[in-house]
Design a protein around this ligand. Structure first.
Ligand code: SF4
Length: 216
């Protein structure tokens, strides 16, 4: 599969997914990008360092969206989308424009993230996101900082990021996204019930993800 061209846009369930970067400040113990060698259900997501321009993403997306029905467009991929905030915002803004023109039947725009976007971008990115994204799914994964560090294995700069992830969730809830989800991957050693409690205290909807479904 690694010999096939890398996908910027791929389908999964009723969603059209965007792979805009492979970079991520975490190295989660459960991340399937290493387990599955950058393949996702037959899609090669290995950009090999050639991250697509915003224009290339929009062109690939337009082509894919016209092919078959879909319910949502999801920024996910094998990497952290907020590493490329400008591209994310430009593409999401373009999608909102298409929605306003009714170019495609109504759909939702979702961001799957590790919740470190404010740290990555050295600013509060929530006000920009809420203008163009409908739903945010944040990978919370642990009920305490120590377990979080052990599971997501962040780069040294992000070692203390656990509280920032919770703050990001809270801030998304306050900003008024249609839906804010905080997830925990099952069978990693974290306590899902305790993670649920923290997610709900922050105002998010809790989601327990299966072990082999896990990027972010
Ligand atoms: S699961 Fe998400 S946050 Fe964790 S290493 Fe993979 S891409 Fe990064």
């Amino acid at each position: 599969m690694e010999n096939t061209p890398a996908k910027i846009v791929y389908r999964f369930g009723e969603g059209v997914y965007l792979n805009i970067t492979n970079r991520c400040p975490n190295l989660c113990a459960f991340c399937i990008k290493t387990k599955w060698k950058m393949d996702f259900h037959g899609n090669n997501l290995n950009l090999s360092g050639n991250e697509p321009t915003a224009a290339a993403v929009v062109a690939a997306l337009d082509k894919e969206l016209s092919k078959a029905p879909f319910k949502e467009v999801v920024f996910c991929g094998y990497g952290e989308p907020t590493m490329r905030l400008d591209v994310l915002l430009f593409v999401a803004q373009t999608l909102k424009g298409w929605m306003a023109q009714a170019k495609y039947p109504p759909f939702k725009i979702r961001l799957n993230t590790n919740g470190l976007g404010n740290l990555i971008n050295h600013k509060n990115i929530v006000p920009s996101l809420v203008k163009v994204v409908d739903q945010v799914n944040v990978s919370l994964n642990a009920a305490d900082a120590q377990t979080w560090q052990k599971l997501v294995r962040p780069e040294p700069e992000y070692q203390n990021g656990y509280e920032d992830v919770i703050e990001f969730i809270r801030s998304c809830v306050e900003a008024g996204f249609e839906r804010v989800v905080a997830s925990c991957v099952d069978k990693t050693g974290a306590d899902p019930a305790a993670v649920k409690q923290i997610a709900e205290k922050a105002g998010a909807v809790f989601y327990l993800r299966s072990f082999l479904d896990a990027t972010h």
